[in-house]
Design a protein around this ligand. Structure first.
Ligand SMILES: Cc1cc2nc3c(=O)[nH]c(=O)nc-3n(C[C@H](O)[C@H](O)[C@H](O)COP(=O)(O)O)c2cc1C
Length: 287
C-alpha cells in the first residue's frame, strides 16, 4: 500500500508536493507527469501531511488517514500576533479552582488540539491519563505523598531540597500544596525510548496548556506528580502508565477561582555578540 495517494484528475502537476516533502518520498519521473511515490522510499513517509498542506487543489490524501481530506483555512482565520502574544503572556499557573468539574469530554477536546503539536519525526508518541474528579486527583495525591514520605525516610537529598517533609505535613493537616485540590489532572506520557519522546511530551503538554487558557480553563503543571512518577512505580501504576514509559508532563485543570488583572514582569534574555554569534543569556531567578 502506497502512503500517499494523488488524484490524477485534481493534480495540476505543479510539483509543490515533491519540493515540500521533508523525506523526498515523492518524485516526478519526467517533467509534466503526475508525482509518484519513489519506489525505494515507500517506507519513508512520516505522514506529516505537508504534501496535502501545500497542494492548492486538494489532490492528495494519506493512506494512514483513510483518505481523509486536509482542512482548508484562510489567512484571515489566523489570530494576529498581538492576540497570540497576549494569550502567551496572560497564561498563569492557576492554583485555586472553582468547585466545578471539568468533564473528560472537555479535556479530550484539548488533547485532540494538542495532537497538532510538533513531534520528532512526527512520531506523535504521547498518550494521556486523565483523572476527571477531585476525588480521583486526591487518590493520586495520596500515592504521591506516600512516595514523598519514603523519600524523607530514606533521607534522599531531593527530600530536603524540595521541602518534601513540609509538603507531607501540610497534606496531613488538609493543606494540599501537591495537587492544589484540583478537579482534574491530565498526565502526558510516552515510551522511554524513541526519537524525541521527552521533548514531544513536554511540547504536547504546553500546547494543551495554551489551548486550555484560550478556552478559559485554568491549568498548573503538576511537578510533584511528574517527579513522583519518575521515581515510583506505584505512581506509574496508579496512572496506568505501562512499563518502559515515562510521564514528562502533567497539568491540573479546572475552572479558575482567581482572576488575574495584569501580567507580571519577566526578565528579557540579554543578547551579547560573541565571535559572530548572538547569545541570549537567560537571567535565572535567584531565590
Ligand atoms: C515543569 C514545571 C513543574 C511545575 N510544578 C508545579 C507544581 O508542582 N506546583 C505548582 O504550584 N506549580 C508548579 N509549576 C508552576 C511554576 O511554579 C510556574 O510556572 C512559575 O512560578 C511561573 O508562574 P506562571 O506559570 O504563572 O507564569 C510548575 C511549572 C513547570 C514548568
Amino acid at each position: 500500500m502506497l502512503p500517499v495517494i494523488i488524484d490524477a484528475k485534481l493534480c495540476k502537476k505543479d510539483e509543490l508536493c515533491v519540493h515540500e516533502c521533508p523525506l523526498s518520498v515523492l518524485t516526478v519521473e519526467e517533467k509534466g507527469l503526475i508525482p509518484t511515490v519513489h519506489p525505494k522510499k515507500t517506507n519513508y513517509c512520516i505522514n506529516c501531511g505537508h504534501c496535502m498542506a501545500v497542494c492548492p487543489t486538494g489532490a492528495i490524501t494519506l493512506t494512514a488517514f483513510d483518505g481523509q481530506q486536509a482542512t482548508p483555512f484562510s489567512k484571515e482565520e489566523l489570530p494576529d500576533s498581538a492576540a497570540v502574544e497576549t494569550l502567551i503572556k496572560t497564561r498563569r499557573s492557576v492554583r485555586k479552582f472553582k468547585k466545578k468539574n471539568i468533564s473528560v469530554q472537555e479535556i479530550g477536546e484539548l488533547i485532540h488540539i494538542s495532537a497538532y503539536s510538533p513531534s520528532g519525526h512526527n512520531a506523535q508518541p504521547v498518550s494521556w491519563t486523565v483523572l476527571d474528579t477531585p476525588e480521583k486527583v486526591y487518590e493520586l495525591g495520596k500515592v504521591v505523598v506516600e512516595w514523598m514520605e519514603e523519600m524523607v525516610k530514606q533521607k534522599n537529598p531531593l527530600a530536603e531540597k524540595l521541602f518534601l517533609a513540609g509538603l507531607v505535613n501540610a497534606w496531613k493537616k488538609g493543606n494540599d500544596a501537591i495537587c492544589r485540590n484540583a478537579p482534574a489532572i491530565a498526565v502526558a506520557w510516552a515510551p522511554k525510548l524513541g526519537i524525541t519522546p521527552q521533548a514531544d511530551t513536554i511540547i504536547a503538554t504546553n500546547t494543551l496548556e495554551l489551548a486550555a487558557h484560550a478556552k478559559g480553563y485554568g491549568t498548573c503543571w503538576a511537578g510533584y506528580v511528574i517527579l513522583a512518577a519518575a521515581y515510583s512505580t506505584k505512581v506509574l501504576r496508579h496512572l496506568d502508565i505501562p512499563e518502559e514509559h515515562m510521564a514528562h508532563g502533567a497539568l491540573f485543570l479546572g475552572h479558575p477561582a482567581v482572576r488575574y488583572r495584569s501580567i507580571p514582569p519577566r526578565h528579557e534574555a540579554v543578547a551579547k555578540e560573541q565571535d559572530g554569534k548572538f547569545i541570549f543569556h537567560a537571567r535565572p531567578n535567584t531565590h
